[in-house]
Design a binder for this molecule. Structure first.
Ligand code: PLP
Length: 386
């Protein structure tokens, strides 16, 4: 079989590979604590499940418009406006099976071969993968610990060339948990407006905020039409497997992204879009309780990690990951991630799974119980001789 040449440029998410290896070890009888995957360990709130049942019984079982059901587009637009102070209307929303397809469609729609896309590094690996897949170059914008892993706008400005088509932002950030301040966003907006560069602002962790205030670049005057603002239900409502996400963007671009969806998935499952409306309309206390649980676990993880020899860990402002610096252990981060799994039975990711600026770090997810997190910390302590 001869694969298309572009397939050699497509990357993947290491988290899924580590999950598979952990599964193999479990099949051999090993006890593994999973801190590798970014998936809430909670069940979707019951009222959302009931809304999906009802929608199925009400006949939401057929194809719908590619951009999404009108009532869902309207409700999701309202949610963005309520949480970001924007003024999206339904025509500016495209609903997709998860937020992830918007990354794919957005890059396909905007980026030509030979163009450049500036991506956070460390960062969600799909940004670079899809950029390279379309024949463009992913230009890493380093996120460094001395800026609490927040993008440095001055450095960003120095990376812009006449081939830059897109800048990807992700705040709160996977894998470091950093969150951009309003000042950071204003500096990025200035660069985007000066060069008329589109921003893809990936904001699925907007509700997982523990310190400081969440802001979106789309709320800055003049930025809404230069931004694709990505939101989803996976993290906020523990709905990863439902596959429901969406984005706000100018209406003419929304029509193009919808056309990509017509060519790919046709539409997002209708009853699931209705369940998404219910998620927003219903009581938020369960979602808020999940977010509070992630904050408590963050604190336990950060404290525990800082007690390990050779490890230091900032307290992340948002998302549900911690990103400890492990250079003091003298062990290469990739080797250490492997040893955590094979020797200690704790599945974690090497920071290098998120790009070369992740070297020297591990990523641990707090999507596990406090009991398991404490057990994992004990095991890591034994591994590192703490
Ligand atoms: N963007 C980031 C930064 C993520 O971490 C994830 C999921 O892990 C996604 C997008 C995709 O989320 P969804 O499940 O909505 O496709």
């Amino acid at each position: 079989m001869k694969l298309a040449e572009r397939m050699s440029r497509l990357g993947t998410e290491t988290a899924f590979e580590v999950l598979a290896r952990a599964g193999q070890l479990e099949a051999e009888g090993r006890d593994i604590i999973h801190l590798e995957i970014g998936q809430p360990d909670f069940q979707t709130p019951e009222y959302i499940i009931e809304a999906a049942h009802k929608a199925l019984k009400d006949g939401y079982t057929g194809y719908g418009p590619s951009a999404g059901l009108p009532e869902a587009r309207e409700r999701y637009a309202q949610y963005l406006n309520d949480t970001r102070g924007t003024d999206y209307d339904a025509s500016e929303i495209v609903i997709t099976p998860g937020a992830k397809p918007i990354l794919f469609f957005g890059i396909l729609a905007l980026v030509n071969e030979g163009d450049e896309v500036i991506v956070p590094n460390p960062g969600f690996p799909i940004y670079e993968s899809v950029t390279e897949f379309v024949g463009a170059t992913a230009v890493p914008a380093p996120l460094r610990e001395d800026r609490e892993f927040r993008l440095d706008p001055e450095e960003l400005a120095s990376l812009v060339t006449d081939r830059t088509r897109l800048i990807i932002l992700n705040s709160p950030h996977n894998p470091t948990g950093s969150m951009l301040t309003m000042e950071d966003l204003e500096a990025v907006a200035e660069i985007a407006m000066e060069h008329q560069i589109m921003i893809l602002s990936d904001e699925p962790y907007s509700k997982m905020v523990y310190d400081g205030e969440f802001h979106s670049i789309a709320e800055i005057d003049g930025m809404k039409d230069l931004t694709i603002l990505l939101e989803g239900f996976s993290k906020t409502y523990a709905m990863t497997g439902w596959r429901l996400g969406y984005a706000g963007m100018r209406a003419d671009l929304a029509a193009q992204i919808a056309k990509l969806q017509t060519n790919c998935t046709s539409c997002t499952a209708s009853f699931i879009q209705i369940a998404g409306i219910a998620a927003y309309d219903g009581p938020q206390d369960e979602s808020e309780a999940m977010m509070a649980a992630f904050e408590e676990r963050r604190d336990i993880m950060v404290e525990g990690l800082n007690k390990l020899p050779g490890v230091s860990c900032l307290s992340p402002a948002g998302a549900f990951y911690v990103f400890p610096n492990v250079t003091g252990t003298g062990i290469d981060s990739k080797v250490l991630a492997g040893r955590c799994l094979e020797e200690a039975g704790v599945a974690v990711l090497s920071g290098t799974a998120f790009g070369r600026y992740g070297d020297g770090y591990l990523r641990l997810s707090s999507a596990n119980s406090i009991e398991n997190i404490n057990e994992a910390l004990d095991r890591l302590s034994a591994l590192l001789g703490g």
